[in-house]
Design a binder for this molecule. Structure first.
Ligand code: APR
Ligand code: PHB
Length: 389
């Protein structure tokens, strides 16, 4: 077997790359260790920068997003019981689109199936070989049978726990990490959201976020301890705690109901450098993780894929290796800015268990400055709607 690009992982990174390459006439195969239903069952964030929206449209997967995506002109940030609006449209001329990552994945899978490009689900024991040569090979097993494929390039789009990053020799990879001392407990509910826009809440009991998937489906989060288990959180307990963290106006609008999904996610910042080894390229969560506070995870995957797809298309169309050679450096420059922003949003909005009186005063000063300075609001807005790529 032979193809041009083997893509490992059928999350948003792998699917987007597969479609952009297919549209340019480049053959790919996607190897995914889970089943299609499992991949589609994962609930993740749902805020898209304009760059990500444009890329999904370029991939030919934008029809439903255009109809069902909710365009948001700003967000609200609540502190000390008062809400302050950050008007992205007025400050930057840009907006974001609320459309769930699960839906993005679904739409990309549909267009891939429609064009007949191959995806192998439940591909186990994926291993990557000879990436320092011009003919890398990827092996896997499916239903107990071994397979091997030769290719020109391997795209490691297999997320934080994938095999691609682990293929780098330890002395060729530098990693940078911050683990935060709390998690997010998330609930999905079929009730209209409390507001037309997202509300990020800094409360002394802990951070809270009121988000949404549509005009009838809401997503709420509570900052929780890392040693808590989801079973300890009945729906009633979740709603009671959320009400304590919201101001009275928002609390009065909250429509509660039975949760249709409930999970706890830890918060982490992580970057691996470089993102290339020979003919293996990392993209998305395989190379970096952001805490969810700025909703940057999927958007960073999109900018990696924009750079990587252009680089691969440049190689096949004009025999140029320039894009491939600069990929890691170009992608990392944008990644670190999103890492900084996600870290900043996280430290500004959460209650840190070990923070001193000094830390809390600094956090208060930071937010008061933000609410009173157009320059500070513009900085937040510019980063939230996404830096250019
Ligand atoms: N072999 C094959 N597939 C694998 C392997 C492996 N060894 N390891 C992981 N995978 C698959 C996972 O099952 C998953 O479907 O790779 C896929 C990676 O997808 P994501 O984790 O969604 O990562 P990515 O596509 O980079 O998307 C980034 O997803 O995790 C969120 O917050 C993140 O929004 C961001 C986006
Ligand atoms: C979500 O809707 O899941 C969401 C929105 C914004 C964030 C994080 C998560 O910052």
């Amino acid at each position: 077997m032979r193809t041009q690009v083997v893509i490992i992982g059928s999350g948003p990174s792998g699917l987007l790359l597969g479609q952009l390459l297919h549209n340019a006439g480049i053959d790919t195969i996607i190897l995914e260790q889970k089943s299609k239903d499992y991949v589609l069952g994962r609930i993740r964030a749902g805020v898209l920068e304009q760059g990500a929206v444009a890329l999904i449209e370029e991939a030919g997967a934008g029809v439903r997003m255009r109809h069902e995506g909710l365009v948001h002109d700003g967000i609200e940030i609540e502190f000390g019981g008062e809400r302050h609006r950050i008007d992205f449209k007025a400050l930057t001329g840009k907006t974001v689109t609320v459309y769930g990552q699960t839906e993005v994945t679904h739409d990309l899978m549909d267009v891939r199936e429609a064009c007949g490009a191959p995806t192998v689900y439940e591909a186990l024991d994926v291993s990557i070989h000879d990436v320092e040569s011009n003919h890398p090979k990827v092996r896997w097993t499916k239903s107990g049978q071994p397979y091997e494929i030769e290719c020109d390039f391997v795209a490691g789009c297999d997320g934080f726990h994938g095999v691609s990053r682990q293929t780098f020799p330890a002395d060729k990879l530098h990693t940078f990490e911050r683990v935060y001392p709390f998690g997010w407990l998330g609930v999905l509910v079929d009730k209209p959201p409390v507001s037309d826009e997202l509300i990020y809440v800094n409360h002394e009991r802990g951070f809270a976020l009121c988000s949404m998937r549509s005009t009838t489906r809401s997503r709420y989060y509570l900052q929780c301890r890392l040693d808590e288990h989801v079973e300890e959180w009945s729906d009633d307990r979740f709603w009671e705690e959320l009400l304590l963290r919201l101001d009275s106006q928002v609390a009065a609008r909250l429509q509660t109901g039975p949760s249709i999904e409930k999970s706890i996610a830890p918060l982490r910042s992580f970057v691996a450098e470089p993102m290339r080894r020979g003919r293996l390229f990392l993209a998305g969560d395989a190379a970096h993780i952001v805490p969810p506070t700025g909703a940057k995870g999927l958007n960073l995957a999109a900018s990696d894929i924009a750079y990587l797809s252009r680089a691969l298309i440049g190689f096949y169309k004009s025999s140029s290796t320039a894009g491939l050679d600069s990929y890691s450096q170009t992608a990392l420059a944008r990644i670190w800015k999103a890492e900084r922003f996600s870290w900043w949003m996280t430290q500004a909005l959460h209650t840190f268990p070990e923070s001193s009186g000094f830390d809390r005063k600094i956090q208060k000063a930071e937010l008061e400055y933000l609410f009173n300075s157009r320059a500070a609001q513009t900085a937040l807005a510019e980063n939230y709607v996404g830096l250019p790529y």
